[in-house]
Write a protein that binds this ligand. Structure first.
Ligand code: NAP
Ligand code: MG
Length: 500
């Protein structure tokens, strides 16, 4: 049994008391022009907790037009970098001031433990917005000495400018329903862009509240628009809209490829943060006591629904049995339950469809000779739970080893030879993150350039920092978020020649 649920704060009670929400276009809360809505569930019990507008191409056109008008407006052009910085700093304060409300909404809608919503979707997001606020005043070009000139002595002074790319279409998944959108909205605003966001159909609630806070922080109507709806309709209409200058997408590789093909038609700028099937390699010298719990959390935090999560564990044969036993024992102590219960460490997965998708991978693996040393099933309770699962006796051609499950499912495999295991770690279409666990500096340094992943960790996994570029090699996407690299994503470079 889980402990009693934490009571909802009055702001969340009030939010849920208006069952039909509006979406945010041009600073106003509006229904879909069709009047259609889509239901939003609490994955901890399967109950519908709200309805949001089911937008289509016409609504998207209104939102993109609002973002375009805001971008071209004199007021926006005159909003100085310090004004955008100040508004972003205010927004970070507002996120913290409304932290309990936002964290509870995130947990109610997405499922993760409340403490994790507070740490990631509130705490880390506020920190991220502050970091991006700092960049608003530090975007710069360069003066260049050029060789161009004319015989009569005319010379050129030349410089580059970084200009906002324009209207950004942001499309995000459901695993962090505040953090993922704000990873796009904050840098886009810092660079002077305006935005239309389509959050995931499963988790639209928090960004509807955030849209109000963004206005309160001082960004003008139309600067950030939040349009709710399905990917196939609202998302697709946003991607093909000719007035969108830049698409920033986070989600699955399959949808990312479809969006990429569509973007090319309009030459829309594009960055893609896609899936991962991330290896964690434990060498023979690793200190099992020190690494057991970090490995467990790398696999199971947020029910494994983290693109950067470790989902393939390769352990040197000399430590394999001991580590798998220690991790199974540690993971077995993680309390599975509703995210609003204070002792929960593993909440529900996001939806019934996703629960079935995860359980199907497990069942197929067991039927093909794999073995669950931990979990392998769903607890007998309402809601969309999956017990943390560690699978052994798998083969490298099994779907559970090759494909992204995006759930609390770890496959553990022994190895003898480091070269062979690095080749195996790289034997995937993905390349988001990878980790190596050892105290042998030489072996760690040797492995770093050989692991084909956008982020490589030594003795940790899944860490993300606002000042470090984040993104994928191979089919995990292209472009980088965070750090100074985000300027490439949200600006165009203009070359200027001045004759004298
Ligand atoms: P998804 O199915 O690709 O959906 C992501 C977003 O795209 C949703 O808003 C979705 O709308 C929308 N969408 C779907 N089809 C579309 C279309 N044809 N045109 C435009 N938009 C469309 O991914 P998901 O299942 O929500 O999220 C899990 C995936 O995200 C995993 O692969 C995970 O690895 C990846 N992810 C990557 C990162 C990263 O930074 N690299 C971070 C987090 C998650 P609907 O909600 O209506 O389907
Ligand atoms: Mg979908």
């Amino acid at each position: 049994m889980s402990a009693p649920l934490i009571p909802l704060v009055p702001a969340v009670e009030a939010f849920l008391a208006q069952p039909h929400k509006g979406m945010h276009i041009d600073g106003r809360s509006v229904p879909a022009h069709s009047g259609r809505t889509l239901p939003v569930c609490n994955p901890a019990d399967g109950q519908v907790i709200a309805h949001v507008p089911d937008a289509d191409a016409e609504d998207i056109d209104m939102a993109v037009s609002a973002a375009r008008r805001a971008f071209e407006s004199r007021n926006w052009r005159l909003m100085r970098p310090t004004d955008r910085e100040r508004a972003l700093l205010r927004l970070a304060d507002l996120i913290e001031a409304h932290g309990d409300e936002l964290a509870q909404l995130e947990t109610l809608n997405q499922g993760k433990p409340l403490s994790f919503s507070q740490a990631a979707d509130v705490g880390a997001t506020a920190q991220y917005v502050r970091y991006m606020a700092g960049w608003a005043t530090k975007i710069e070009g360069a003066t260049r000495d050029v060789s161009t000139g004319t015989p009569d002595g005319q010379q050129f002074m030349a410089f580059t400018r970084r200009e906002p790319v324009g209207v950004v279409a942001a499309i995000t998944p459901w695993n962090f329903s505040i953090m993922m959108p704000m990873w796009k909205i904050a840098p886009a605003l810092a660079c002077g862009c305006t935005i239309v966001l389509k959050p995931a159909e499963q988790t639209p609630l928090t960004m509807l509240r955030m849209a109000e806070l963004i206005l309160e922080a001082g960004f003008p109507p139309g600067a950030v628009n939040v349009v709710t709806g399905y990917g196939e309709t609202a998302g697709a209409a946003l991607v093909r809209h000719p007035s969108v200058d830049k698409i920033s997408f986070t989600g699955s590789t399959a949808v990312g490829k479809a969006i990429g093909r569509q973007a090319l038609d309009n030459m829309t700028r594009l960055s893609l943060e896609l899936g991962g099937k991330n290896p964690m390699i434990v060498l023979g010298d690793a200190d099992l006591n020190a690494i057991t719990f970090p490995l467990v959390m790398a696999a199971f935090a947020n029910q494994g629904q983290i693109c950067a999560a470790g989902s393939r564990l390769y352990v040197h044969n000399s430590q394999f049995d001991a580590l798998v036993a220690a991790m199974s024992a540690a993971a077995a102590t993680l309390r599975v339950g509703p995210g609003l219960s204070p002792d929960t460490m593993i909440g529900p997965v996001v939806s019934q469809a996703h629960q079935r998708h995860i359980l199907r991978y497990i069942d197929e693996t067991l039927a093909a000779g794999g073995q669950a040393v931990l979990g392998g099933d769903a607890p007998d309770r309402p809601g969309y739970f999956v017990n943390p699962t560690i699978l052994v006796n798998t083969r490298s051609d099994m779907p559970v080893v090759r494909e992204e499950v995006f759930g609390p499912v770890l496959v553990a495999m022994p190895f003898d030879d480091l070269d062979a295991v690095i080749a195996e770690a790289n034997n995937t279409p993905y390349g988001l993150t990878a980790s190596i666990w050892t105290n042998n500096l030489k072996q760690a340094l040797d492995a770093i350039p050989r692991l084909k992943a956008g982020t490589v960790y030594v003795n940790s996994h899944s860490l993300v920092d606002p000042n470090m570029p984040f993104g994928g090699f191979k089919q995990s996407g292209f472009g980088r978020e965070h750090g100074r690299e985000m300027i490439d994503a949200y600006t165009e470079t203009k070359a200027v020649f001045i004759a004298y």
